[in-house]
Design a protein. Structure first.
Length: 195
C-alpha cells in the first residue's frame, strides 16, 4: 500500500505549477502564431491580390461586353437605317415611275383624242374610254385621283375645270343621244350618274 500512496503523490500536481504550465503552453502557442503571422499576412495579401485581379478581369470583361453590345446596337441601327433608306428610295422610284407612266398615259390620251377632226362620235368614244379606265383604276394615297382621271362628259376636245358646268354636261348627253339606241342610252345615262 505504500506504493499506492507514493503514486497518488506523484499524480498530485501543484496547482500553481499546473497554472504555470498552462501559461507557458499559451505563450508557446502565441509564439507559434507570431512566427506564422507573416505567412498569414502573405496569404491574405495574395488572396486580396487575386480578388483584385478577378475584379479587374470582371470589369474588363464587362467593358468588352458593353462595347460589343454598343457596336451591335450601332450595327443594327445602321442596317435598319440603310434598309429604311433603301425602301424609301425604292418607294420614291416606284412612285416616280407610276407618275411618269400616268403622265405618259394622259399625254398619250390627250394626243390620241387631239388628232383628227373632233366629232360628237369621237367625244362619245373618249368618254367611254375614260369611263372604262376610271372603273378599272385603283386609286390610293400612292396613286391619287387627278382631274385627268375623271371621265368628264364634255363635247369639246379640250376643256378646263372652269368649263365643267351642268349645261355643258346636259349638252354632251343631248348631243350623243342620237348616236345611240334608246335602250343603250338609258343604261349609259344611269351608269354615268352612278359614276
Amino acid at each position: 500500500m505504500i506504493s499506492d500512496s507514493s503514486s497518488d503523490e506523484a499524480e498530485e500536481v501543484d496547482p500553481i505549477e499546473a497554472e504555470k504550465r498552462k501559461i507557458e503552453e499559451s505563450r508557446r502557442k502565441i509564439a507559434e502564431l507570431e512566427r506564422d503571422k507573416p505567412l498569414w499576412e502573405a496569404a491574405k495579401r495574395e488572396r486580396e491580390r487575386a480578388e483584385q485581379e478577378e475584379e479587374r478581369e470582371r470589369q474588363a470583361a464587362k467593358r468588352v461586353r458593353e462595347r460589343k453590345a454598343e457596336a451591335d446596337r450601332k450595327e443594327r441601327e445602321y442596317r435598319e437605317r440603310m434598309t429604311k433608306e433603301a425602301e424609301e428610295r425604292l418607294k420614291r422610284e416606284q412612285e416616280e415611275r407610276q407618275r411618269r407612266e400616268k403622265e405618259r398615259k394622259h399625254t398619250q390620251n390627250r394626243t390620241r383624242w387631239a388628232r383628227g377632226p373632233w366629232t360628237i362620235q369621237r367625244a362619245l368614244e373618249r368618254y367611254r374610254f375614260l369611263c372604262e379606265q376610271f372603273d378599272n383604276a385603283k386609286f390610293s394615297s400612292e396613286e391619287p385621283l387627278t382631274f385627268d382621271d375623271i371621265p368628264w362628259p364634255m363635247v369639246h376636245c379640250s376643256f378646263s375645270v372652269e368649263d365643267i358646268e351642268w349645261s355643258a354636261v346636259e349638252s354632251f348627253f343631248a348631243s350623243v343621244k342620237p348616236h345611240m339606241r334608246v335602250q343603250d342610252y338609258k343604261v349609259f345615262v344611269e351608269k354615268s350618274h352612278r359614276r
